[in-house]
Design a protein around this ligand. Structure first.
Ligand SMILES: Nc1nc2c(ncn2[C@@H]2O[C@H](COP(=O)(O)OP(=O)(O)OP(=O)(O)O)[C@@H](O)[C@H]2O)c(=O)[nH]1
Ligand SMILES: [Mg+2]
Length: 231
């Protein structure tokens, strides 16, 4: 099986995705729903970063996603810039029941800008399963997403609504970017010049799977230099 190249139907693409957002918005829950189709009602804060793998079929092509789930809690957000290395797409999550988490989306988008030159992004408003608790109005969220030029999905990891669609959307964006880069390369630029190839990928083989890095010692997080990711 050819990895990462060509347009044949047995071609396999590999993309690294990153999930960011405030603590408790449901980043881990969205990932567990997408990768394992389960939901855990009890909150267990992510420490450091974790990842899971799932393969999608997009227009007959196998697209393997390595999805990194970051900690929202500030004290666990160490070595932030390394999270972004080799990333093809970022999912920014807020909680539709928390105005503060929506207000902080701006901050998360800023963090992406600080760490990446160019990257695919989508916005997910999670916990859209109880109208009585919803405080971030759909129209406000859609208006903001339009302003920022980002696709928005209102989802529920609990009810399994719009979860598959969200991950599929970011995977399709990553695939489209790869196609565009390949087209550019065809016009003469080398892979290195285009920042193409996922050379920082640490993805393993297999269908679904996971792993994690536990980072025990809290510390300063900001990195000044942008990564070569995301191009
Ligand atoms: N009602 C509802 N609750 C949810 C949903 N998704 C997650 N939760 C709950 O929200 C809490 C936090 O979910 P997590 O997935 O751990 O949040 P997180 O963003 O990963 O948090 P950190 O790891 O601290 O950054 C848990 O109690 C979940 O059960 C959802 O779609 N609807
Ligand atoms: Mg988590």
């Amino acid at each position: 099986m050819a990895l990462g190249g060509g347009g044949s139907s047995d071609c396999e693409h590999m993309f690294k995705l990153l999930i960011i957002g405030d603590s408790g918005v449901g980043k881990s829950s969205l990932l567990v729903r997408f990768a394992d189709n389960t939901f855990l009602p009890n909150y267990v804060a992510t420490i450091g970063v974790d990842f899971k793998i799932r393969t999608l079929n997009i227009n007959g092509e196998r697209v393997k996603l390595q999805i990194w789930d970051t900690a929202g809690q500030e004290r666990f957000r160490t070595i932030t810039s390394t999270y972004y290395r080799g990333t093809h797409g970022v999912i920014v999550v807020y909680d539709v029941c928390s105005g503060e988490s929506f207000a902080n989306v701006k901050r998360w988008l800023h963090e992406i800008d600080q760490n990446c030159d160019v990257v695919n992004r989508i916005l997910v408003g999670n916990k859209d399963d109880d109208p009585d608790r919803k405080v971030v109005l759909s129209e406000d969220a859609h208006r903001y997403a339009r302003q920022m030029g980002i696709q928005l999905f209102e989802a529920s990891a609990m009810n399994n609504t719009n979860v598959e669609e969200s991950f599929r959307a970011i995977a399709e964006l990553a695939l489209r970017t790869k196609r565009e880069q390949q087209a550019q390369m065809g016009k003469g630029a080398s892979p290195d010049q285009r920042g193409y190839g996922g050379r920082n990928s640490v993805m393993g083989e297999g269908g679904r799977g996971g792993g994690g890095i536990r980072i025990g010692r809290p510390g300063p997080q900001k990195s000044k230099s942008k990564n070569s990711c995301c191009k």
